[in-house]
Design a protein around this ligand. Structure first.
Ligand code: NDP
Length: 574
């Protein structure tokens, strides 16, 4: 559809308002990520407890050796394991904090959990498992089951260790293996370690004054307490429920609470943009006609589409970068104004509708898609508490307090998100020469492809910084998994024992990351959120590789073409 022609002044005024709203938020909150806490000890320890791990069997500490060890049992581990099995690797162990595989989909079992990426693209290994998702967008339980199915197909349960948190991963020069220690007293040795602990895995809470004093029940969205709410939330019929946060998790939860709870208070700091969710059951006729390898073909098309758009962009070479940027910004503003219009059409109360309007550029925050979230605010039992950018800063024994008003609750749900892309630095990772990964990163993240880091032989990082960022995360993870499996295969089939990236190859990638970041001031202009480190200034190398997904994929291939140039590959020392 052709976009309406509007004077530039219209767009400039909206951009001014975006700026105003961003500054207002930055002024209210403690700087950057300091406003959050993910150190769940003392009174906060209850927020980390796994509600899904029942009857955890006790076991003796392990002291053994495997070939490949994954820290984390989500999609990163599962899809990489599949590739390793295809290459004949037998000794694969997953060490997982939860009581099953699944990662995000193990933890996030809140009511309404579903994925916003088209299921036929998001669920990995559909060809291999001969599975077609039941809907255009998969619900949480189906994705969790798919994870379990992958683990069964590739016999990953055999050596897996659950309810176990890795505390230290240390390179041992004597036996040239990684020694992986856990909170269960294990010392597992492994030739290869893959940090597969997820991009948004560690829950965080907004550090709100008085939160420990709350006398009602409370939990984080990724630790949903069905014992309290009932499987179908039936225990909430006579309960007053509050939810802090309005990101993608809350957007899916609020409609479910609205259907059942006596009262629902939604404490909003910044609204999300909510677009239509175009969902439908998979057409059985379409599914029946799918030929083997259909998902692989779909994935190849995604890369081809990126290529086409690059060609188109090149053809538009006559436009100046400034003009291009303006055009893109104006299109983004048109999108956001359509989101505003949709709110006005759906939400009955004009004041509530206004408060639900997001005033920032499209993609400054993670866009959401839901058909029931906005209508929820027309229900008499649902109340939006718009904190106008302040956020909740006080909680007393009865509940949150805002502008002197106390909101007495039975249940308080924290939908306050997760630590972002901290992959590889949760546990104490100590490489060759006793260097700690966190100390190395303190001078600025240094990797090759976001996967390898010099001085840490046979260690691979998935979903971390300096890799490409994709809305469909599994697509990106699959390329990393394929790359890692190929690297391990290279080591094994060439009589080597270790592979360690050279300083030159690492430096080349760091410069590549720097070159592609910060081309625009977009990140600083955005309202704070996890996409821009909550407004904190960031070194240019400490983020994702922004050179494009296809380029990232191609660079992986180029790196593998020159293994001996990019890595020190050495046989086992005697
Ligand atoms: P987010 O980090 O996106 O949201 C946290 C929310 O908490 C924000 O709305 C934030 O407000 C709010 N907040 C923090 N502190 C306060 C406070 N003191 N008072 C009021 N509000 C506060 O976490 P989510 O769990 O929602 O989502 C994380 C990510 O997980 C998503 O971005 C997405 O990538 C993924 N996800 C995907 C889903 C899907 O596919 N459908 C579903 C769920 C999650 P503010 O914006 O002002 O910072």
């Amino acid at each position: 559809m052709a976009r309406p022609k509007r004077p530039q002044q219209y767009y400039d005024q909206i951009k001014d308002k975006f700026r105003e709203q961003r500054d207002l938020r930055l002024g209210y909150r403690p700087p950057g990520t300091d406003q959050y806490t993910s150190e769940f000890s003392g009174d906060l320890a209850k927020y980390a407890v796994d509600p899904y791990a029942t009857d955890v069997p006790s076991r003796e500490p392990l002291n053994d050796e495997v070939e490949v060890l994954f820290i984390g049992g989500g999609f990163s581990a599962l899809l990489t394991s599949a590739r390793l099995r295809e290459r004949g690797l037998e000794s694969i162990r997953i060490v997982e904090r939860g009581s099953d595989v699944g990662g995000t989909w193990y933890w996030n079992r809140y009511p309404g959990a579903a994925c916003d990426v088209v299921s036929y693209d998001y669920l990995p290994l559909l060809d291999e498992l001969d599975y077609v998702p039941v809907n255009h967008y998969s619900r949480g339980p189906e994705i969790f089951s798919h994870c379990q199915a992958i683990a069964h197909k590739y016999n990953l349960y055999d050596l897996a260790v659950f309810n176990t948190t890795v505390t230290e991963t240390r390179w041992d020069e004597t036996d040239q293996l990684w020694h992986v220690r856990t909170d269960q007293g294990d010392v597992m040795r492994a030739q290869f370690v893959i940090c597969a602990n997820g991009t948004l895995a560690k829950p965080k809470l907004s550090a709100i004054s008085g939160m420990q004093s709350f006398a009602g029940h409370s939990f984080h969205t990724s630790r949903w307490d069905y014992n309290y709410t009932g499987e179908n939330l039936e225990h909430l019929k006579d309960k007053v429920v509050g939810i802090i946060g309005t990101g993608a998790s809350a957007v899916q939860i609020v409609p479910e609470l609205a259907k059942v709870a006596k009262q629902v208070f939604v404490f909003q700091r910044t609204p999300s943009s909510i677009d239509v969710r175009d969902d439908w059951p998979t057409d059985p006729n379409w599914a029946r006609k799918l030929e083997p390898g259909w998902q692989q073909k779909r994935r190849a098309k995604v890369l081809a589409a990126v290529e086409n758009s690059l060609e188109k962009r090149a053809a538009k070479g006559a436009t100046s970068p400034e003009e291009k940027l303006k055009k893109q910004e104006n299109a983004n503003i048109d999108y956001m104004m359509r989101i505003h219009k949709r709110i006005d059409e759906i939400v009955d109360d004009p004041a509530t509708a206004d408060a639900l309007k997001p005033w920032y550029m499209f993609m400054c925050k993670r866009p959401c898609f839901h058909n029931e979230y906005l209508p929820s605010f027309n229900s008499p039992n649902v109340h939006l508490v718009d904190t106008k950018g302040h956020g909740i800063t006080e909680i007393n024994p009865k509940g949150p307090v805002f502008e002197g008003k106390e909101y007495a609750l039975d249940l308080l749900v924290y939908a306050t998100g997760f630590e972002v892309q901290q992959t590889g630095i949760y546990n104490n990772i100590v490489g060759a020469d006793g260097v700690n990964l966190q100390d190395k990163y303190a001078q600025g993240i240094r990797t090759l492809l976001g996967i390898h880091t010099a001085g840490f032989p046979n260690l691979f990082i998935m979903g971390g910084y300096q890799a490409s960022f994709q809305f469909n995360l599994t697509e990106m993870l699959q390329t990393q998994g394929d790359h890692i499996a190929a690297c391990i295969d290279y080591v094994r089939s060439n009589g080597h024992h270790t592979l360690d990236v050279t300083d030159e190859a690492e430096e080349w990638w760091v410069q590549n990351v720097i070159k592609h970041r910060g081309k625009t001031s977009r990140s600083e202009e955005c309202t704070p959120g996890y996409y821009n480190f909550e407004g904190n200034e960031q070194r240019r190398q400490d983020g994702n590789y922004n050179g494009g997904f296809r380029q990232y994929f191609e660079h992986q291939g180029e790196v593998r073409e020159k293994m001996e140039e990019n890595f020190h590959c050495v046989p086992k020392k005697n």
